[in-house]
Write a protein of this length. Structure first.
Lengths: 402, 299
């Protein structure tokens, strides 16, 4: 007898013959890239402008099949610069929009991510990281774009980046990324990686009415009284889409609250203050992390993305040996959870951070720990993930040094 | 007292409804042709039978890029070269709206050249107005992909060593369904062309040759705007419907203007809807299995 459920799961995993509905409630065996696509659709994304790049291609592939069926638009643009520009255009057209890419494409997108930040355009960029620099290892894992996510576009600004560590989180965090982008009017980056993107795991998609979806704040005043960049007390600015009758002018030049170019230092200060404070002052609503066996921990492994998986195993192995090791899983990397690190650093004998780069987020930990405990990096040039033993060895070394 | 008097004497400008009057004076130099083009764009929009909330203007960076900031419509001033892909996303999000891209020659065809050719290939339903002043005016007059061979700019101080693009030829070759070129002097024809291009479904392209006495003229023996305008008047030759590859711009001979292309072709959305209706069925099927020949009895 045919197993109906099994057949369906197989077909959906392959991206063929999926039903024409936006939220595919059910339990699946699915890779992270596909789960990202499903999370986006569940969050209300109806526009994808992208350019194929390994290992993010599967997001685009599934989007190209799913979006037309549910009244959305998929377009493969001529390059990543065009992709992100079109995403900004679609967002101002009132449609939730995203793109997905990897290292080289992420580099190309930087200028227009800056335009999105400056014009406060809600959108989502999924970076399925591979090992760099340059073309690097297209099919193998890396976490080398973490600082680029924070500082890659020129000028002063704050941004939001989430870091999923499983296909399930690719779904959950993509929904969350859309909600954050709509709430704070900022391009939100999903800093995934090749392993999370390509790994197949169980993904549970909840019923549509159980998925929280946030939409951008709309102006409550008439067009005559509306100022496109006059913020509410929480630094968030209500957004009039094109076609709403507000006839807004939006520019990447420094602008005043009317949205008009204002070429002087005072306007620059006012604008940058808003861009920074809407994230900084709301960081408690943004920052998310998970404590793993931290109650009695003497040493903390802090990790994000795929490195969390090795960290969790290291904690389990250490506990079996009687060692008081805990872990903190960073769900958001930007804005950086400064208070968290300041709070725990004094209580720890050491902090260990595995990341698949030569030391990026560890710099933030060192800054916030400020010498109150030794901070040890477990670096990895890319191409593979850490083994739990590498982390445990680093814990041993750190304890000896402290 | 005088303010009140002025108000009563001066009637409203007929284009006021579409101007962000509080932003005037504009940044364009005296003698510049962009203001004329801007007036033609507004006149064209006023003549279009389309709700103003359903028209938006997208521009890139440069002198012409500032048009978006003076027009009282939903408008976006993007990064350098990226007006067309931004407009693409906007148009696809609001397929029933009209999206007008107004930008300069350097923005659209140098840094934005890749987007230009692909938007024309897709027959994206947007209208692109290209103000061609033969150089990068805003930054003081540098070499552009339109700068004539031998012309002097700040980055071709001895003379431009490159051949320029023929923009109309590029647009037509890449698949634009409407292509026209005028000078800033051809106000009536230009306005009509903008209307026609906006009414036509698909990628419409209108190039306008404009005087830039400040940056280009100053270095090329055409310092006075009035002299440049007279020069355009004398040198421009209207040749409608000719092959755009023959629509040459030669400052020594003549400047060919006219409406060169006005054809029908399915737009991106037409084709997108067709593909997704899954009604396309005439693709050759090389995989189709022929019925196997009957087995012959072993001999």
């Amino acid at each position: 007898m045919r197993d109906e459920k099994k057949d369906q799961t197989f077909e959906i995993n392959r991206g063929t013959k999926v039903a024409g509905k936006a939220v595919l409630t059910g339990t699946y065996f699915m890779n992270g890239d596909y789960a990202c696509c499903e999370g986006a659709l569940a969050a209300g994304c109806r526009y994808f402008g992208g350019y194929p790049i390994t290992p993010a291609t599967e997001v685009a592939e599934r989007m190209s099949r799913r979006l037309p069926d549910i009244g959305g638009i998929y377009i493969q643009m001529e390059d990543e610069i065009a992709s992100i520009a079109s995403v900004l255009g679609a967002s101002w057209g009132g449609v939730k929009a995203m793109t997905s890419t990897s290292g080289p494409g992420f580099s190309l997108m930087m200028e227009n991510i800056g335009l999105g930040i400056c014009t406060e355009t809600p959108c989502v960029v999924c970076n399925v990281q591979r090992a760099g620099p340059s073309t690097g290892l297209p099919t193998l894992v890396g976490q080398g774009d973490m600082m680029q996510a924070r500082w890659g576009s020129h000028g002063p600004y704050e941004t939001i980046a989430v870091s999923p560590s499983s296909p399930q989180e690719m779904f959950d965090f993509t929904v969350w990324a859309f909600n954050l982008s709509e709430q704070f009017r900022v391009p939100v980056m999903i800093m995934a990686d090749e392993v999370v993107g390509h790994m197949n795991e169980r993904v549970v998609i909840p019923p549509e009415d159980e998925i929280e979806v946030v939409n951008r704040r709309k102006p409550k005043v008439s067009p005559e009284k509306y100022l496109p960049y006059k913020h509410d007390p929480d630094w968030i600015t209500p957004m009039a889409n094109f076609g709403d009758g507000y006839r807004v002018h939006i520019t990447g030049l420094t602008h005043d609250d009317k949205g008009y170019p204002a070429m002087h230092a005072a306007a620059q200060e006012e604008m940058v203050e808003r861009l920074v404070r809407k994230i900084k002052d709301n960081r408690d609503k943004i920052i998310s992390y998970e404590n793993i066996m931290m109650d009695d921990a003497e040493v903390a492994v802090i990790a994000y993305g795929i490195s969390v998986r090795a960290a969790k195993r290291a904690v389990r192995d250490a506990r079996e040996q009687g060692m008081k090791l805990g872990a903190i899983k960073l769900n958001t990397v930007w804005p950086f959870p400064e208070e968290l690190i300041r709070d725990i650093a004094g209580d720890m004998k050491a902090i260990v951070m595995p990341e698949i780069n030569m030391g990026q987020i560890v710099l933030e930990i060192e800054r916030c720990a400020a010498g109150r405990c030794p901070v040890k990096l477990v670096s990895h040039a890319g191409g593979a993930i850490h083994s739990p033993k590498q982390i445990l060895d680093a814990v041993d070394e750190a304890l000896k040094e402290s | 007292m005088s303010a009140k008097k002025t108000k009563s004497i001066t009637p409203a400008h007929p284009q006021d409804e579409l101007l962000r009057t509080e932003r005037i004076p504009h940044i364009w130099c005296s003698g510049c042709g962009i203001g004329t083009v801007f007036s033609c764009v507004i006149a064209a929009i006023q003549k279009l039978d389309k709700p103003l909330d359903d028209i938006s203007v997208v521009s890139g960076i440069g002198c012409t890029g500032r048009m978006a900031g003076y027009i009282k419509l939903d408008s976006f001033h993007t990064t350098h070269g990226r007006a067309i892909p931004f407009a693409t996303g906007l148009k696809l999000a609001r397929p029933d709206s009209s999206v007008l891209v107004c930008s300069g020659d350097g923005d659209l065809l140098a840094i934005g050249g890749n987007h230009f050719i692909h938007a024309a290939r897709r027959n994206m339903d947007i209208t692109v107005i290209c103000v061609n002043n033969f150089n990068y005016g805003m930054t003081g007059g540098q070499l552009a992909p339109s700068t004539p061979f031998g012309a002097k700019t700040t980055t071709s101080a001895i003379g431009c060593p490159e051949e320029p693009f023929n923009f109309c030829h590029v647009a037509a070759t890449c698949g634009a369904v409407y292509v026209a070129r005028w000078t800033a002097l051809h106000i009536r024809r230009l306005t009509d062309s903008i209307i026609e291009a906006m009414q036509k479904p698909g990628f419409g392209f209108v190039e306008i040759l404009t005087p830039c006495p400040t940056a280009f003229g100053r270095r090329n023996k055409m310092r006075k705007a009035i002299d440049i305008v007279k020069f355009y008047h004398e040198k421009s030759v209207i040749k409608n419907d000719i092959d755009p590859k023959d629509a040459t711009l030669d400052f020594r001979k003549n400047l060919v203007v006219g409406k060169f292309v006005d054809i029908e072709r399915p737009t991106f959305m037409d084709n997108y809807n067709l593909i997704n209706s899954k009604e396309l069925g005439d693709w050759p099927n090389l995989d189709k299995k022929e019925p196997k020949p009957a087995k012959r009895a072993a001999g």
